[in-house]
Design a protein around this ligand. Sequence first.
Ligand SMILES: O=c1ccn([C@H]2C[C@H](O)[C@@H](CO)O2)c(=O)[nH]1
Ligand SMILES: [Zn+2]
Length: 141
Amino acid sequence: MKTNQEKVELLYEKAKEALNNSYSPYSKFKVGAALITKSGKIYTGTNVENASYGLSMCAERIAIFKAISEGEKDFETLVVIGDTEKPISPCGACRQVIAEFGVDEVILTNLKKDFKVMSVEELLPYGFSGEELDDKNTNNR
Ligand SMILES: O=c1ccn([C@H]2C[C@H](O)[C@@H](CO)O2)c(=O)[nH]1
Ligand SMILES: [Zn+2]
């Protein structure tokens, strides 16, 4: 059984490996993410850009979409790393996607190993959720 610190260190290394795979020739801004499920599986993501800039996809959403595609939906910890002065700050779109599935903690970091641990509620206060939709449609999820 891993200690919490060992788990975070492993996720940090996986997220950094993903950052090194970043396809970001336009922004030159590399991001990596590593998501661990409650069952202990790890899914990584990096940002993938496109010549048509708006088609680019963030590291966080790729990690989450990979996990969902593999049938996982119970998430424990998401680590996000950027080559940033302070721990990276996920974009609004990623915050919304993170909130959709939930995760116990989001750990934001950088190559210098500054850490900021946040809850989904702290990342996206008063966010929009599917509960609002349930009022209009009883069988939409
Ligand atoms: O948390 C973040 C912030 C930005 N990006 C990507 C999107 C784009 O490729 C580049 C610059 O915005 O960084 C991420 O992947 N995650
Ligand atoms: Zn994003």
